[in-house]
Design a protein around this ligand. Structure first.
Ligand code: NAD
Length: 468
């Protein structure tokens, strides 16, 4: 049995079976989650379809409900934060902040204008371009920021008048299940349905005939499967996928002045952020100082159980990811890289990994070319800025990147040459609800957040009224 229930048509629903949810700080199963059957997914889709007709018709009720949902998250942030720490590993303060952030996102969308534009109004016709909801949205989320990323979808989808079936990652289903429970009294039945299960549940959703839109956040490999599954029915898709974000330091940078921000940009959430800094390019002359400054911070970082006071970084979320990060680091070291800090897993149970700074990483190392998504950062020397830019852009990823300099104008010119969805200057990971977020190339299709994110949950309709 599980203490957590799915939400289908406003009701608490247990599944025929359950699956274990591991606490990454111990490596042991800490809870069980419902494993939805196919019939239960059908029921969730039908509930969402049934709720759509009324929900789409009352914009002011939608806004009120979203504001009330945000208030629930603010009020229950610590309780839900504890669940998030248990299943995800992040420190309780950050987990609580994630829940608050999820509320902030819902509030932003509750108050966002639904755009419409009169493009002609003369003696012949009045022509207006408006946005209409699509119907049922299938929302599929990953394990790094389960709640925040869920609300990036729920806020705009619900505001636009759609109804939703949400499926969290099997590694972190509990906080989303609790979200569904918490909102049962706030949203009309069927408007938000939350189901949990394994990866195959996601595949059932993307090939299901009810949803008109799939909003997916996860890996590139799964994103391609989602796009292929959506194609036969021409379902609309938004794909928020992986990144291999470069940070390029220019030659006038003061390593001591930027080290904290660089380190945080790479190690926030233990490096498990799609748009975290995943490789740093440093001019030859500054290389030693930058490596030392980052290594010093890595050594000082307090890693431990997210429920313990003062812990800054928790474990890696799950065993496959823990093994993958370990492999990429071990391979780089075997290929000639040097661990300026860390370099491997920590002793004891749980998926703890020492914050790792890798210097002298040879070209072609997988930790440079692939997305490591964990607490290990390669620092790479460069001689010529054009060459650094070419290396930064020589990837199928294109989520974000940053350029660092004492001269922000100069850095902005360099940032404009990065092929990616967000180009930061002297910062990294600065995200906000009004700021569209998405990737070039394999990092995604479409964007989330801001009015542009809202458009992704609408169809454009032209209302052309003849006047004679
Ligand atoms: P993943 O692709 O393994 O899983 C993501 C979700 O997809 C999970 O809910 C999973 O159950 C589901 N899924 C798996 N197979 C499926 C299928 N065939 N059809 C439909 N759904 C399926 O990703 P992950 O390991 O959970 O997350 C890490 C990845 O997510 C990283 O690559 C990271 O960069 C990326 N990410 C991107 C963003 C962004 O906004 N761009 C944000 C966070 C994470």
């Amino acid at each position: 049995m599980s203490d957590y229930t799915m939400t289908i048509g406003g009701q608490a629903v247990a599944a025929p079976g359950t699956f274990g949810v591991v606490d990454p700080a111990t490596g042991e199963v800490a809870e069980r989650a419902p494993d939805a059957s196919r019939a239960q997914l059908d029921a969730a889709m039908e509930a969402a379809r049934a709720a759509y007709a009324q929900w789409r018709g009352d914009e002011s009720a939608r806004r009120k409900a979203l504001l009330a949902a945000a208030d629930v998250l603010f009020a229950r942030s610590e309780e839900i934060g504890r669940i998030l720490t248990l299943e995800q590993g992040k420190p309780l303060s950050e987990a609580t902040m994630e829940v608050v952030g999820a509320g902030v996102w819902l509030k932003y969308f509750a108050e966002l204008e639904l755009p419409s534009e009169v493009i002609q109004d003369d003696e012949r016709a009045r022509v207006e371009v408006v946005r209409r909801p699509m119907g049922v949205v299938a929302a599929i989320t990953p394990w790094n920021y389960p709640l925040l990323l869920a609300t990036w979808k729920l806020g705009p989808a619900l505001l636009a008048g759609n109804t939703v079936v949400l499926k969290p990652s099997p590694f972190t289903p509990l906080s989303s299940l609790r979200l569904g429970e918490a909102l049962r009294d706030v949203l009309p039945p069927g408007v938000l349905n939350v189901v949990s299960g394994g990866d195959e549940l996601g595949a059932w959703m993307t090939s299901h005939d009810v949803p008109r839109k799939i909003s997916f956040t996860g890996s590139v490999a799964t994103g391609k499967l989602v796009a292929a599954a959506a194609a036969p029915d021409l379902k609309r898709v938004t794909l928020e996928l992986g990144g291999n974000d470069p940070a390029i330091l220019l030659d006038d940078v003061d390593p001591a002045a930027v080290a904290d921000r660089l380190f945080n940009g790479a190690f926030q959430n233990n490096g498990q952020v799609c748009s975290a800094i995943k490789r740093v390019y440093v001019p030859d002359a500054l290389y030693g100082d930058v490596v030392d400054a980052l290594a010093e911070r890595a050594r000082a970082a307090k890693v431990g159980n997210g429920l313990d006071e003062g812990v800054q970084y928790g474990p890696i979320n799950n065993r496959p990811q823990y093994e993958r990060v370990g492999e990429l680091v071990a391979e780089a070291l075997a290929g000639g890289a040097r661990a300026a800090a860390g370099g491997g897993p920590m002793e004891g149970p749980g998926y703890f990994f020492r914050p790792t700074i890798l210097a002298d990483v040879p070209d072609g190392a997988r930790i440079v070319d692939e997305e490591q998504f964990g607490p290990a950062l390669p620092v790479i020397a460069y001689r010529d800025l054009d060459e650094a830019l070419a290396r930064a852009n020589a990837t199928n990823f294109g989520l974000s990147g940053s350029v660092w300099s004492a001269d922000a104008d100069r850095a902005s010119e360099v940032a404009a040459r990065l092929d990616c969805g967000t180009a930061w200057v002297n910062t990294h990971l600065a995200l906000a609800p009004h700021q569209p977020f998405g990737g070039f190339k394999w990092s995604g299709i479409g964007v989330e957040n801001g009015p542009w994110g809202l458009y992704g949950f609408t169809e454009m309709q032209v209302v052309h009224r003849a006047k004679n």
